[in-house]
Write a protein that binds this ligand. Structure first.
Ligand code: 5GP
Ligand code: SF4
Ligand code: MG
Length: 455
């Protein structure tokens, strides 16, 4: 998912809309905005892409509100239905609360069951709703204290933006699994999952929000704090590899640059010669560029992507995914004909994409097709908010590299090593990474061992 928030700006809802548009790659199943005018909250949300989810009229109705939060949804927990589309808006006689969440809680079921036993009635099947209940149940007279205590009861990955009538609270989990960035636009503070949202609204990127950090925006200005003393940075490796947009920055380095370095490292580890290097558009073009520079093998645009096909990975059912990949990617025949080719993709999950690419390139006349993957073998499901599916579907959790090579029909298959991947991240100032989907070392204990997709 993607989140955004801005406090005290005359065009708050318009900025939020534009920011969400640039975060669309983080979620396409639903979108919404909740605004405050200082007295009460008002929201609009809908299913699908942002342009489908919110109408012009809905946006106009939010026009005069100076504080806003927004969300684009990528379902990892809870079904695809309107009640699960965020931001959530809670009304109570004590005041309104708007809430948007990126990530996945790993103790949401236990916390929810305890709250329900205590009389709470939930409106959604989303894991994110528990936070609102925990905040509301807390008896402390101090608002910030209520939020802090509630956050300490949550385990898992979360980047939260929380809006009430007169303040916006920003919180990142103590492992900092998901990205969250602080910016400023026309003198107003804003927050976004990725810096590409700042570019889209003309905001300045101030810095990355730290694990465990709690930031409050109100009429008093900005207040920096932490909600916990236990902080262990474990930023999601897949954000760099695949998920974030290439122009988005982490600690002032773009994902493009990081991906290029992953490609360079892969070139060092992949002992294969070929005529050309071809990246799978769009997310792997940077890695292919790095591979080409390090190996001296020229990069060519041997595969073209149809921009009007949505995300293939999310399609339900294997047949639908295969059809979507076929519609999305096609070889440029005279570029690949008679050539031995190194194809670079950022990851192999089920193997749908690589299987299709190898077949399509060979059909177009490629002599040899070698697959290079700019991430290590993906073997384990993610419990922290990225849909890499269940064990049964993840090809590398069932098969060896040689078996995968055979299944996708490639002449060779090389993955980047875990060590080389970490070296790249540390060289760009990372203080710690999550690599659980590659290594099985989950940095946050999975309390409710139920896979999001199995719910
Ligand atoms: P596969 O086709 O092997 O199942 O998935 C690998 C392809 O999907 C790669 O091209 C990669 O860029 C993309 N991919 C990897 N992880 C994700 C993800 O979490 N979501 C989406 N939408 N695509 C992914
Ligand atoms: Fe990211 Fe993988 Fe960790 Fe999930 S398990 S947070 S996808 S690195
Ligand atoms: Mg891809």
């Amino acid at each position: 998912c993607g989140v955004f928030g801005v406090f005290n700006h005359p065009q708050a809802s318009e900025l939020t809309y534009m920011a969400l548009h640039s975060l669309q790659h983080r979620g396409q199943e639903g979108a919404g905005i909740v605004c405050s005018n200082g007295e009460y909250l008002f929201g609009a949300r809908g299913m699908g892409l942002l342009t489908e989810a919110l109408s012009r009229e809905q946006l106009m109705s939010l026009e005069t509100f100076p504080h806003a939060i927004g969300h684009v949804r990528y379902a990892t927990t809870g079904g695809s239905e309107i009640s699960n589309v965020q931001p959530f808006l809670f009304k109570s006689h004590k005041g309104d609360l708007g809430l948007a969440h990126n990530g996945n809680l790993v103790n949401a079921i236990s916390v929810r069951e305890a709250l329900e036993d205590d009389g709470a009635i939930f409106q959604t099947s989303s894991d994110s709703e528990v936070l609102a209940h925990l905040i509301r149940k807390n008896k402390s007279p101090d608002k910030k204290q209520r939020i802090k205590t509630a956050l300490r009861q949550l385990k898992g990955a979360f980047a939260f933006v929380i809006l009430d009538e007169d303040s916006l609270t920003i919180a990142l989990d103590d492992h900092g699994v998901r990205p969250l960035m602080l910016g400023m636009v026309d003198g107003a503070y804003c927050v976004a999952s990725e810096t590409c949202a700042f570019t889209a609204i003309g905001a300045e990127y101030i810095r990355d929000i730290e694990p465990g950090e709690l930031i409050t925006l109100s009429d008093k200005g900005i207040e920096y704090d932490y909600y916990t003393d236990s902080r262990h940075p474990n930023m999601c490796s897949m954000e760099y590899i695949y998920f974030a947009r290439a122009d988005s920055e982490f600690r002032n380095t773009s994902t493009y640059t990081i991906r290029k370095s992953l490609g360079r490292e892969l070139a060092r580890e992949m002992d294969v010669d070929a005529d050309i290097v071809v990246g799978v558009p769009d997310s792997s073009l940077a890695a292919a560029k790095g591979f080409s520079e390090a190996s001296g093998i020229p990069q060519e645009q041997g595969l073209l992507k149809n921009r009007y096909v949505g995300r293939t990975f999310i399609s339900k059912g294997q047949e639908a995914r295969e059809r979507a990949v076929r519609m999305k990617l096609s070889p440029v025949r005279d570029v690949v004909e008679g050539k031995s080719i190194i194809v670079i993709d950022d990851s192999i999950v089920r193997g749908t994409t690589s299987r299709f690419i190898v077949k399509a390139l060979k059909k177009a006349g490629a002599k040899e097709v070698h697959m290079g993957v700019s991430s290590p073998p993906l073997k384990n499901p993610c419990f922290y908010g990225i849909d890499v599916s269940t064990h049964a579907e993840i090809i590398a959790s069932q098969k060896s590299t040689e078996e995968i090579r055979d299944e996708i029909g490639a002449d060779s298959l090389t993955y980047l090593s875990v060590d080389a991947m970490h070296d790249v991240y540390y060289s760009y100032g990372s203080k710690g990474q999550c690599d659980a989907c590659f290594t099985g070392n989950y940095p946050i204990e999975i309390i409710d061992r139920l896979l999001p997709q199995e719910k």
